[in-house]
Design a protein around this ligand. Sequence first.
Ligand code: ATP
Ligand code: MG
Length: 404
Amino acid sequence: MLRREWPTLAIVAGGGLVAALAPSAAPFVLAGTVLALGAWLLVRHEDAPPRPAAGLPVSAGPDSAPRISARDLAAAVPYPLVIFEETSAIAYANDAAQEAFGPLQDGMSLLLKFRAPEMQELIGALTAGQVADGAVEYGERFPVESAYRVTGGAIGAGNRLFFLLFKDQSETRRIDRMRSDFIANASHELRTPLASISGFLETLRGPARNDPAARERFLSIMQEQTARMSRLIDDLLSLSRLEMRSHARPAGTVDLRQLLESVADTLAPLSGDLGVVVERDFPEDALLVQGDRDELFQVFANLLENACKYGQSGGRVVVSMSKAGEPPEACVTVRDFGPGIAEEHIPRLTERFYRINAESSRAQKGTGLGLAIVKHILTRHHGRLAIRSTVGEGAAFSVWLPLK
Ligand SMILES: Nc1ncnc2c1ncn2[C@@H]1O[C@H](COP(=O)(O)OP(=O)(O)OP(=O)(O)O)[C@@H](O)[C@H]1O
Ligand SMILES: [Mg+2]
């Protein structure tokens, strides 16, 4: 029979318990603990005659605590939470549960609703009075793919009410997937040059042992491949350093004009080799921004290098700088007149290892990490990157930075 009479819960010193849990404890644990402990302190109004709280420490008993109903408490929990009876009939499902698994009417059987064997086992164990053994992983495919960690427990002793609490794991799964993709990509990028070096070593020890011309050629390829591996490792280390410092805004002052001049000068040999003319369109006044000179150098060097490498066919690149927007910000645009970038690639360009054409990027000695590094550096500088392109007409990469 469905119990309609809701027990009253008393929580020691209001939020005292909540505050005592370290922030690292997942809210899930927190909500479950509050609920379970609240239930443990379950008192009925008539069973708990008021006693004077004077002289007692706040945590000494439930008397000084506010009383709230289990339904109110469950309704306030921001994660899907279902309260059910010994028969597995739902007694209450909060809004988050309705949204995730609904409709869940009172009286509906949880065993019929959650048919996955692990859920059946968990519900069965709880209603049989066993202590739930850790959390259960539960996934749904429809309407959207989702993954939850489910824990449950009894509410109080002898109430024959139980709860299930679901913690959404989709974000954690997404991050895990990203991490393993990243490791797979990084390993693949390192394995390719390594395989080539080991192949050449074998040839040098075997068939090419007495061929000085071949030896020279192979050694120079091996040198290129080791340079590529070391570039990749430098970029990976650079990314990981930036990630560790992502919230600390650099304190220095950078004169953007001076910086851009020196970037263009440094890349002059490359643009010259590629036959690209780099035009500078800078205002008279200096534009000062707050930042780390080396990191901002890396940003503009990558944008200019990309413009020269991938926009080579346009024959020219324009680097312009201006003060724009409200409030005014510094805006630096690197524009090329090459093949441009199709719309579907634009949002993905700052992903690690994302390349429109991996072969052409590798041929240009690219690691595919440049724009990921740019994005991290700009985030740290409270700046942003905007990419515009028309296929066939070229691409424009604009960096916005707050003025000093
Ligand atoms: N100006 C551009 N025109 C066309 N495609 C571009 C342009 N800039 C970047 N891209 C594309 O974006 C991809 C990612 O650029 P990113 O700078 O992150 O890597 P990369 O240049 O390949 O390697 P790295 O910068 O590490 O040397 C490039 O491989 C290229 O496909
Ligand atoms: Mg690049």
